[in-house]
Write a new protein. Structure first.
Length: 321
């Protein structure tokens, strides 16, 4: 089952609330570019000059607040829970006694609200970073022309957080116009720069996303789910290159028994334009995606993407105990 969980308000084209990508994407870590995932393991706490006994990375600052009457033990327990939710294995807390005796006061209504806070440096052990091979590093694309000749071959690179980082404007435009609008969660693209996102915050579902092209035109994708919350259809409104009559497309998504995507079919004016079919590794990870059509019963390739993933070899050298 595939459910899309994602993410300046733009009023020139529509009054709908579209959030910029940075408002819905996972917050960037302050001390490292290494992505981390929440976990349920016990969290280690180190005080002052203490530290891990194994290789680790400094990831981000972890902070909790509490009532003035909260004990230091209660604050540390809260810090541990916050660390788990933020993908942190250990927290280095400097001078906890002094922090516990500090008071923060801020204006609140007509009075003052006071509380205490506890802050530490969040660490991640190298041995727990076991998901790098799930992160797409490169999408290698081949596009065929009408004569079935490979017309273009190019790479689209992503950072470890999933952001498209290509500097080639033509490649970025191909990604924005020909790949990203048709994503149904199978490639795990994250919210991208230049796009806005409209969310159902109650169901945690993506309602629509769009890329503003001019003051009057935008590329818009609207999502339809079934009663179980499975994404079934994407309606794409795609302006022509001359901004005349926008193409109105409907992409239907079909699933395998295990919930993975079996194929996607794109229709325009009730005519099927293409079929897109993923190929998976034995592990279930995406190997490649083929986009094709049929002419007189013969399969005609339109485009193909092969995926390369990160590995632990791409990680920087860790700090040593």
């Amino acid at each position: 089952m595939k459910i899309l969980y994602l993410f300046p308000l733009l009023f020139l084209i529509s009054c709908e609330n579209y959030l910029p990508h940075y408002a819905v994407a996972t917050a960037k870590n302050s001390l490292s570019d290494i992505p981390v995932k929440p976990h349920t393991r016990p969290v280690d706490i180190f005080f002052n000059n203490e530290g891990p006994k194994e290789p680790y990375y400094r990831i981000k600052m972890v902070e909790v607040t509490g009532r003035l009457s909260a004990t230091l033990d209660e604050m540390i327990l809260a810090l541990k829970e916050k660390a788990k939710a933020e993908g942190i294995d250990a927290v280095l807390v400097d001078n906890p006694g002094k922090q516990a005796n500090s008071q923060v006061s801020v204006p609140f209504g007509e009075g003052i609200m006071s509380y205490q806070k506890l802050v530490g440096i969040g660490l991640r052990y190298k041995h727990t970073i076991d998901y790098m091979d799930q992160l797409v590093k490169r999408q290698s694309v081949t596009v065929w022309d009408e004569n079935e000749t490979a017309l273009k071959n190019f790479d689209i690179d992503f950072d470890m957080s999933g952001n498209c980082i290509t500097n080639n404007e033509a490649v970025r435009q191909y990604f924005n116009y020909n790949l990203y609008p048709y994503d149904a969660g199978d490639i795990h693209y994250v919210p991208q720069n230049g796009w806005g996102y409209n969310l159902d915050t109650f169901l945690h579902q993506l309602i629509s996303k769009r890329m503003v092209i001019t003051l009057d035109y935008a590329l818009t994708c609207n999502y339809t789910y079934d009663d179980r919350g499975t994404l079934r259809e994407i309606k794409i409104k795609k302006p022509d290159t001359d901004y005349s009559v926008p193409a109105k497309q409907v992409m239907k998504i079909f699933y395998n028994a295990d919930g993975s995507i079996e194929r996607k079919e794109l229709f325009e004016k009730k005519e099927r334009k293409w079929i897109e079919q993923p190929v998976y590794f034995m592990s279930g990870k995406l190997m490649k995606v083929e986009r094709f059509t049929f002419i007189n019963g013969k399969k005609k390739m339109l485009a193909k993407s092969d995926f390369t993933y990160y590995s632990n070899d791409d990680l920087p050298a860790p700090l040593q105990p």
